[in-house]
Design a protein around this ligand. Structure first.
Ligand code: COA
Length: 260
């Protein structure tokens, strides 16, 4: 598929999706949201792809937020529709994707940009990254899940302060807060993400998808995460990957997983 605002590349079993609007600091407009949805769906449906990395084009920004010029004149109902549509098409979609998604934060991750990074399964940041949810400085609040995921990831008090002050934290602070898993140089950002991705690729894609479902279950209203874990654990016993993984261990050889 061809896109106007993103670049999607495959290398071995890793797909890298780059938001490509550098002149607008990769701000997420409607078209980009739709393209991201399609590219993620395409990568997730491709059996050869085992990990997805999302990053931003240029040296300055991961994503500097939702495109302010698109919603500045919106009404109450249009604002609510914008958040609902975006959450469904991209943010919840990423969080619940069976394929692991890593955010490679290579600069500003603000507003919808940080929200996108937080919807990914985990995050790695380069040392020029600046992260924040500055929406209250525009008279609005985060609408792509930011109020929920930031509190989940760094705790309620820190989320309250960061959102209320519309402040930015650097990569080092984000690492201290547990908002990102690793801090690295700009040059090493993608190589480090690829190195982690390749480690993930060695394991059972089925079991990884089951782990994503189970971990996410803790954060869903009315869902018992322990019960989901039991169910997903049991399901693993019916897969070829389980037979292969346990046989390989007992036969003292490397497992060759097919994801079936
Ligand atoms: N939406 C739309 N356009 C955006 C944008 C956004 N979220 N963030 C940046 N841009 C555009 C700017 O309007 C500018 O476009 P122009 O050259 O056509 O005027 C271009 O990207 C470069 O941004 P600029 O502000 O000139 O860069 P800077 O280095 O001076 O400042 C930021 C960088 C990130 C501090 C600043 O762009 C900013 O505050 N952006 C908005 C962040 C935000 O509030 N995000 C939450 C949105 S809900």
């Amino acid at each position: 598929m061809t896109y106007n605002n993103i670049i999607s590349k495959e290398n071995n079993a890793v797909a890298t999706i780059t938001i490509n609007r550098p002149n607008k600091l990769n701000a997420l407009n409607r078209e980009t949201i739709k393209e991201l949805h399609n590219a993620l769906k395409e990568a997730n449906n491709n059996k050869n792809i085992k990990v997805i990395i999302i990053t931003g084009s240029g040296e300055k920004a991961f994503i500097a937020g939702a495109d302010i010029s698109e919603f500045a004149h919106f009404s109450v109902s249009q604002g609510a529709a914008l958040a609902a549509e975006g959450q469904q098409m991209v943010f919840d979609f990423i969080e619940n994707l069976a394929t692991p998604v890593i955010a490679a934060i290579n600069g500003y991750a603000l507003g919808g940009g940080l929200e996108l990074a937080m919807a990914c399964h985990f995050r790695v940041a380069s040392d020029n990254a600046k992260l924040g949810l500055p929406e209250v400085s525009l008279g609005v609040i985060p609408g792509y899940g930011g109020t929920q995921r930031l509190a989940q990831l760094i705790g309620k008090g820190r989320a309250m302060e960061l959102i209320m002050t519309a402040g930015m934290i650097d990569a080092h602070q984000a690492l201290n807060y547990g908002l990102v898993n690793h801090e690295t140089t700009q040059e090493e950002l993608i190589p480090l993400c690829e190195k982690i991705a390749l480690k993930i690729c060695n394991n059972s894609a089925n079991a990884i998808a089951a782990a994503i479902t189970s971990i996410n279950a803790h954060f869903k209203d009315g869902v018992n995460g322990y019960a989901i874990e039991i169910q997903e654990f049991g399901n693993c016993f019916g897969t070829n990957d389980f037979t292969e993984g346990t046989s390989a261990f007992l036969e003292k050889r490397k497992a060759n997983f097919t994801g079936n």
